[in-house]
Design a binder for this molecule. Structure first.
Ligand code: CO
Length: 146
């Protein structure tokens, strides 16, 4: 595994729409492992492929209960709302209040291409929304309330 550089605000890559990930091969597994190492080293709870310079639709989340890898994720259900402080490893040292769903259900694929359904509440729901937004070039600062 190897840590990768995290792309910072101002780089165009963070504003692009990512492409579907079609290959579930050793290369994808290596990138996911590298992203995990990068996220943990930076004390983050999520990281999306464009943040390591790849315009592909996948991201990882770990809010403290184990890593979730989401390939080609789509939010299929949202419930309730929550407003709380949110930050981003691509925008170091900053945070702002953002309103998100309290609970979301995500349909995605795992690293082997198998279809999965994952639900998250609270911080996990917030992290899923934040990371999936990255895949469409959307940053939390586009949604902040103050
Ligand atoms: Co982010």
């Amino acid at each position: 595994m190897a840590k990768r550089n995290i792309v910072k605000l101002g780089d165009d890559i963070l504003r692009k729409v990512c492409r579907t990930q079609l290959n579930f091969d050793e290369r994808l597994h290596q990138i996911l492992d590298d992203m995990a190492e990068t996220m943990y080293a930076a004390d983050g709870v999520g990281l999306a492929a464009p943040q390591v310079g790849l315009l592909r639709r996948f991201c990882i989340v770990d809010v403290g209960d184990g890593i979730v890898e989401l390939i080609n994720p789509v939010i299929i259900e949202k419930e309730g709302t929550q407003t709380g402080d949110e930050g981003c490893l691509s925008i170091p040292g900053k945070s702002a209040a953002v309103t998100r769903p309290m609970k979301v259900t995500v349909r995605a694929q795992d690293r082997n291409g198998k279809n999965i359904i994952v639900s998250g509440e609270g911080l996990k729901a917030r992290a899923f929304c934040h990371e999936i937004d990255h895949l469409d070039g959307i940053l939390y600062i586009d949604k902040k309330e103050n």
